[in-house]
Each structure stands twice: as structure tokens, then as C-alpha cells.
Ligand binder design. Sequence first.
Ligand SMILES: Nc1ncnc2c1ncn2[C@@H]1O[C@H](COP(=O)(O)OP(=O)(O)O)[C@@H](O)[C@H]1O
Ligand SMILES: [Mg+2]
Length: 373
Amino acid sequence: MADISIRDVRKVYGKDEVIHGVNLAIHNGEFIVILGPSGCGKSTLLRMIAGLEDISGGEIAIAGTVVNDLEPRERGCAMVFQNYALYPHMTVGGNIGYALKVAGVKRAERDAKVRAVARSVGLEEFIDRKPGQLSGGQRQRVAMARAIIREPKVFLFDEPLSNLDAKLRVQMRHEIRRIHNRIGATSVFVTHDQHEGMTLADRMVIMNKGTIDQVGTPEEVYNRPATTYVAGFIGSPAMNFLSGEVRAGESAVALADGSRIALTPAAARAFDGRLVQIGLRPEALALCAPGEGALRARFDFYEEMGSDGLHHLMVEDVPLSVLSAHKQRMPEGQEVGVTVPPEVVHLFDVESGQRLEAGPGAVATIKRMEHAE
Ligand SMILES: Nc1ncnc2c1ncn2[C@@H]1O[C@H](COP(=O)(O)OP(=O)(O)O)[C@@H](O)[C@H]1O
Ligand SMILES: [Mg+2]
């Protein structure tokens, strides 16, 4: 059992604290993705698990053992980096088997293991080549194989696919997930790419400037983002935000332009008078005739997305995008209405950015309402 327990972990560089007391419980066999923009502390957290950075405060335990004072090689982790760090003068087989050689494993046993692992990542026919004679994806597979052969309890990945072109990235992503499913070791994967995170993760950890904003399955994080930061980071195209004030008497959020977005009475009562950010996903909206729908907007410009069109609008001076397979190109400035199907509207507190929810299902559907004039 290789669960990982991270308790109130801090990291200080000089006078700067860059990880501010992080708590996280990773289950045995789980594929965890740590997601966040550059500089938010992902690598630092991963390197503290691996033992490549000291832990300034708190505790990390792997499989029940506190590892704060253990050397990297005593922790049972294998790390796969962005730059593959292969030995250029050694063959693929030599690279894969190097750790076993150092550990004194006999030649015959080593060769058999190298061959088996090379086969498992589709490298068998390249075993005698040097890294310089391989493509980027093949080199990445060598790096994976080199980690797998050590039979680690935990795989740690630090943006391992960032150097690859788009198509290969997707292929390798699938391969990493396949290998994980086959081997079943606990995996912690760091990336700034939300697509990579969404598609790979059992659970995602969304980091924001050295703290964790949310931990959840990709669906949970997409459907119920805990903060405006998470809401804006997860989902593509990005979520729209509008400001308004909750009015219990009207069971609605009042926007500055006089329009009303309906809330359930429960949500409206719970947050009466509150200044809120309303989060609307572009894919949850649709265009309609001017004067109809909950929102009044003007057409700004159109963006072709292949299967869908992204319609950029302005609600007063706030941009709002509508993603729809029903593609409509309109002249700039043309008036248009926006309807929202009966789905959950995301409500956030303006000050704290925290999600507002008045019990299950209480944050209501947006309904067509008459505009208050
Ligand atoms: N060795 C270091 N010395 C000082 N500051 C560092 C060091 N490594 C990282 N940092 C700082 O810590 C913060 C988090 O960095 P990092 O963990 O690399 O972020 P990420 O991997 O999310 O891009 C950044 O502000 C970075 O500048
Ligand atoms: Mg990093």
C-alpha cells in the first residue's frame, strides 16, 4: 500500500514561503494530477515528495512511513522529468537497465527484465539504439521504462510531455494512463495543461499560489468549482463571469443593465443582498432573438472552432462567449439575446471568490424572466 499523506507542508526559500501549509491525502494506486499555472509551486511540492527538496514545515508520509528525513532512494519513488535525462552514450537497453546494474543484478536477469519492460512500452525493437537515434516520444518511453523497471511504489511525473508536439503528447498521455492501469502504482503527475489533467486524473489538485483551492474528480471540479480561480482555470473556452446582486424578493440576481437571472428561492434567500459573480460556461448558453432570453448582448466577433462556433458578445462592457454547434455569424454591434438552459448557475462571493451554494440543487436554473425596466 503506497498512499501518500501530506500534512501542513510548507516550503520556504530564503525569506519567501512558496508552499503555505498544504494538506493532501493520496490513495494507494490513485492517479493524481497537480494542476496550476507556472510558478504556483507544483514542482516544489513534487520534489518534496521525491526528497529532492527539504521540507520546511509539516510532514510527508509514504505508505505510512514519515519520509521527511529519508534520502530520495529510500522513498520508493521514481521520477520522470520533462527533459528525459537519458545517458546519451548508452543504448536504450543500457539506459533502462542502468539502475539494476548499479544494484548488482546479474546480467541474464537484467537482460530479461529490460526486454520485458521495453516490450511493455513498445520499445523492444529499439533496444540497441542510442537515445540520439530516437524520436522525442521514444525517448520519453525510455524514461518511463527506466522508472518502471525499478518497480517503484510511487511514480512522480513533472510535466513529462511538455517537450513533445501536440499529437505525440496525446499519444503519450494515453500510454501513460495505460501503463498506470496495468501497473497500478500510485502516480502523481504535475502539469499546467488542463486537458492533460482532466483526461489523466482520477482526482485533480488545483493549486493557486502555493495553496490548494480544490481537490476532486475532473467532473467534480468542472461541475462545482470551489472558487472563481478554479472556475476560470478549468474548462475551455473559459467560463464567463458577470457581476450582480442577489435579490431574495425577486428570486434572482440583478445585473447592472437591469436584467435578471433567476435563482431558486432557497439560493436567493440564503444569499440575499450579496454581491456575487455569476459563472456561466460558454457551452451552457445559446443565442436567441433580441429581447428574448435572460441576457441582452451585442455581437462582437465570431471564432470558428470546427464542430462548434464561439460567439463573442458584449453584455454592456463585459465580454461573454457562447459556444454552440448552431453557428451564427452576425455584424458587429448587432443586438442579440442569450438563453441559458435549465442547468446549474455558478455563484461566487465577490470578495472571497468562494463558491456559494445553499444546499444540494439550491443554486437554481436560469429561467427566462421579464427584464425589469
Ligand atoms: N530553488 C529555488 N529558490 C528560490 N525560489 C524558488 C526555487 N525553486 C522554485 N522557487 C520559487 O518557488 C515558486 C514555485 O516554483 P515551482 O514549484 O517551480 O512552480 P511550478 O512548478 O508550479 O511552475 C516560484 O515562485 C519559484 O520562483
Ligand atoms: Mg514546474
